[in-house]
Design a protein around this ligand. Sequence first.
Ligand SMILES: [Ca+2]
Length: 203
Amino acid sequence: MKKSAFVIMASLSILVLTAFSVRADLLNGGFETMGSQWVNGVTDAPSWSISDASQATGIFNGSYLGLGAHSGTSFLWGGAFNGNNAAISQTITTTAGQAYDLEFWMANTNGSASADNNWAVLWNGAFLANGANAAAFTYTDMKFLVTGTGNDTLTFIFRNEPGAFGLDDISLKASAVPIPASMVLFISGLGSLIIFRRKRFVI
Ligand SMILES: [Ca+2]
């Protein structure tokens, strides 16, 4: 193998290795690891921090008001009531500047009552999406593109009287960012240089 070709292959290998070494250490995104402390039929959530004055938000195993897990056997029951907003958050180690695909599944049940609820999802305190007085809906795939800063906080806010939001299968994966056009030109330019040099040596 020519030295120049070896250098290009080595460079591309470094690019590929860099793409696979990004950090995205979100834990217990499927809520399959239940906590040890039970309150109002739900447990605390390992790896997550929950704030809910009504103590009705936590990991639930089973089905109630038509709401169960999206996958596995348990999920987050977001059922804060009496005007309280529940906040559930996790601080995640990421790679600064890296684009990430955030994905989760969310559902809502209002029981037999009319809609009286609100929800939001935030990345480092900034709203990615929110809604209020949602009608009941089955598990829906929600996707957002976020950027890592090295240490990022993902937060969900729920209030639902007397039903609950269901949250399950949260994932954070490095986004497949296309190679910038300038890099493509650079690589093809190097390729042309190799062909040019080979022709010179053949002649
Ligand atoms: Ca689950």
